[in-house]
Design a protein around this ligand. Structure first.
Ligand SMILES: *Cc1c(COP(=O)(O)O)cnc(C)c1O
Length: 366
């Protein structure tokens, strides 16, 4: 049997008629840039998240860049974040000339360890970017308390966490700004690139909205140097089709996770869902010190797997100039050697899940 790590074909089969209809409507309208679908999606997704303002942008990376620019991050500033995330989280800080400052992770949740943040704060610290890794909330109460005390901004990188909650609040709406990605493999995925910036702060909203069109709110009048980064009309139309299904799809992922937890907890470290968190399992990631052997065994047996992430950001060649070395962030380094993500997409069948479990148990029995 072959079980893919991820596929969109099954989900798209389900909603194909609506997607085709949306395509035709957008083509016939001729309104491809910032058309009515973008405004409608912004309104609906803000409503869904329970936040005042939403700005559709080109992708999740640009959402971070625009968020950082909206709070005026510039050369010389420091921004605290986690080393155990996708490169975009730190890349966007560095590309603005600011310095990413990495704080090690909590080995149970893989999220930034809030107890280590305060000692990393300096006079130059302007913001903290927690990442809700794999779809589970970082410890926002502690993070917000530290941010308030030191008067720094919080940008939540929610690329993996749409629909997840922390103490009843949707992720991305707790800090000053939340950023999202609609990369096709995310829990709410477009049929191409897409991203979103959300905030309850009117000033930040206005600036983010200008930044996506070259820093301009009135055509050909440029208040800021900005970006050319809008959510496409087509992508917004697809996202409008998919948004109403998001909660159901997330719930299916949770059911899959519960099945894996039950059947794997005695052979590997299964994900820990902290109290107060509604985890949406963008990834279902286990830990084992036999990771590389298990990975090879599953690949040979047709089970799709992923490693998120094999190299922590502080050891990436592109960020070597920051001066970190091996051993500086031991928990992130250890995690990068032990994590393995399993197929968790909502349309996974009972037979497929059972096969994944069977093969993992076979590996550890052997
Ligand atoms: C996917 C992702 C991004 C970037 O989103 P893109 O839409 O691919 O630009 C940023 N941060 C995290 C944590 C992600 O998973």
């Amino acid at each position: 049997m072959n079980v893919p790590l991820f596929t969109l074909n099954r989900q798209h089969e389900e909603i194909m008629d609506e997607l085709m209809k949306a395509t035709e409507e957008v083509i016939k309208s001729g309104k491809f840039i910032l058309g009515p679908w973008v405004a409608e999606f912004e309104e609906k997704v803000a409503d869904y998240l329970g936040v005042k303002y939403a700005v559709g942008v080109g992708n999740g990376t640009d959402a971070l860049s625009i968020a950082l620019s909206a709070i005026d991050i510039k050369p010389g500033d420091e921004v605290i974040t986690t080393p155990f995330t996708f490169i975009a989280t730190a890349e966007t800080i560095a590309m603005l000339g600011a310095k990413p400052v990495f704080v090690d992770i909590d080995p149970k949740t893989f999220n930034i360890n809030p107890d280590l943040i305060e000692e990393a704060i300096t006079e130059k610290t302007k913001a903290i970017i927690p990442v809700h890794l794999y779809g589970q909330a970082a410890e926002m109460d502690k993070i917000m308390e530290i941010a308030k005390k030191h008067n720094v901004y919080v940008i939540e990188d929610t690329a993996q966490g749409i629909g997840a909650t922390y103490r009843g609040k949707k992720l991305g709406t707790i800090g000053d700004i939340g950023t999202f990605s609609f990369f096709p493999t995310k829990n709410l995925g477009a049929l191409g690139d897409g991203g979103l910036v959300v905030t309850n702060n009117e000033e930040i909203y206005k600036k983010a909205k200008a930044l996506r069109v070259h820093g301009s709110s009135v055509k050909y009048h440029h208040e800021y140097l900005g970006y050319n980064s809008r959510l496409d009309s087509l992508q917004a139309a697809y996202l409008l089709v998919k948004l109403p299904h998001t909660d159901r799809w997330n719930e299916k992922r949770r059911e899959n996770a519960a099945f894996y937890n039950e059947n794997l907890k005695d052979v590997v470290k299964v994900p820990v869902e902290r109290e107060g968190n509604y985890h949406i399992y963008h990834q279902y990631t286990i830990r084992t010190d036999k990771r590389d052997e298990l990975k090879a065994f599953l690949s040979e047996n047709g089970v799709g797997i992923g490693i998120h992430y094999p190299i922590p950001l502080h050891l990436q060649p592109a960020l070597r100039y920051l001066g970190y070395k091996e051993g500086d962030l031991p928990e992130a380094e250890k995690a990068s050697k032990e994590v393995l993500s399993l197929p968790i997409f909502p349309e996974l069948t009972e037979e497929e899940k059972a096969y994944v479990v069977e093969k993992i148990r076979e590996f550890f029995a052997g």
